[in-house]
Design a protein around this ligand. Structure first.
Ligand SMILES: [Zn+2]
Length: 50
């Protein structure tokens, strides 16, 4: 069996949280993903429509 590493903190992943080492790291990854999506969809409104 090959050991995998958590993509967040690079520690050994736990079987129940693969590919992460903990629920916390899986949440961090999810937040990153959502954050990126949010960042992309953010529009700067300078209100030049006057
Ligand atoms: Zn981790």
């Amino acid at each position: 069996m090959e050991s995998k590493n958590c993509p967040i903190c690079k520690k050994n992943s736990k079987e129940e949280y693969i590919p992460f080492c903990s629920k916390r790291c899986s949440q961090i990854d999810l937040n990153r993903w959502l954050g990126e999506k949010y960042h992309i969809s953010v529009n700067e409104d300078d209100g030049s429509n006057n």
